[in-house]
Write a protein of this length. Structure first.
Length: 306
């Protein structure tokens, strides 16, 4: 019996999340941008898989159980017997949310090009990675470029979210490496705040033009509560926002990415996929954490009135 091909294979660092709820109370959950994307896409019906290294620890066990529950393949996840699974903490105040990380020397940071499951990457429809995938270590960065090279040679669509984290690397280095990676990408997924720092450009239309000039055929610029702007060749689509009651915006961009890629892989036109993804992201900010509030396909359809 033949096995259905993977729609989206995501490469990066899964993390364990601790969300500060009140006083000394912390809610344990799961995160890591590319894992969030894989889960968001799976909840929309896409076949997804992770390429990652995690610790042979209880936190790694928890991630493996999560992917099994969510229907995300972990066949290409490596359990490192020495290095730990990375952690992060989310603090909330009147200015929004802030992140603190314990990820130095994590299992994911030890990933190398030689560790890549090239056959799995070459057989997927879309390879997704991010600025964080590139930033966690030099060897992980090399692995990302090797994965993109294999994907390009096999005709696999490449998707990159800028996801700039200035705690991981200086902006100048991030700019050089992320934009070099974008030259290999088919789909660019910058956020507005990232784009301002990386491009030095304020106007959303000019940001679309900038990333399009690097080579991606599709540029999806997320604008938070004002929706999204999508460049597709010479056409720019304005995607209206869906009103939402903001509780926690962490992971909203990942939810957009996963929903957008899921609908593109299913054959939707770009503006249709973007409108769907914008609705999914708006639903995801109405609860705490990166994973729990990600909506299912039926919830998104209901929000869209379909």
């Amino acid at each position: 019996m033949s096995v259905a091909p993977i729609d989206i294979i995501a490469l990066g660092e899964p993390l364990i999340e601790f969300n500060h709820i009140e006083a000394s109370n912390w809610l344990m959950g799961h995160g890591g941008d590319t894992s969030n994307v894989a889960i968001a896409a799976a909840r929309q019906g896409a076949r997804t898989a992770m390429v990652a290294h995690i610790g042979a620890d209880e936190f790694g066990d928890s991630l493996m159980a999560l992917w099994a529950t969510e229907g995300v393949s972990s066949a290409n996840v490596v359990r490192d017997p020495v290095a730990p699974t990375g952690l992060y903490f989310v603090h909330h105040d009147e200015t929004g949310h802030r992140f603190s990380y314990l990820r130095k020397g994590s299992a994911a940071s030890r990933m190398r090009p030689a560790d890549l499951p090239l056959d799995a990457i070459r057989s997927a429809k879309i390879l997704h990675l991010s600025g964080i995938s590139l930033a966690i270590s030099e060897s992980a960065c090399d692995a990302c470029f090797a994965a993109m090279k294999a994907a390009r040679e096999a005709g696999v669509t490449i998707s990159i979210d800028t996801n700039l984290r200035t705690l991981l690397w200086p902006v100048d280095r991030a700019r050089a490496i992320i934009h070099e990676a974008m030259r290999m990408a088919d789909i660019a997924l910058p956020g507005m705040d990232d784009a301002r720092l990386l491009c030095g450009i304020e106007d959303p239309s000019e940001i679309i033009d900038f990333y399009s000039s690097l080579g991606p055929k599709i540029v999806a610029l997320t604008l938070g509560e004002t929706g999204a702007l999508i460049g597709e060749g010479d056409t720019v689509h304005e995607i209206a926002p869906r009103p939402a009651k903001l509780v926690d915006a962490s992971g909203a961009g990942d939810c957009f990415d996963g929903a957008f890629l899921a609908r593109l892989s299913a054959g939707d036109d770009v503006p249709v996929a973007a409108a769907y993804a914008t609705a999914a992201a708006s639903l995801s900010v109405e609860g705490y954490g990166a994973i729990a509030p990600i909506p299912t396909a039926s919830q998104v359809r209901q929000a869209l009135g379909g």
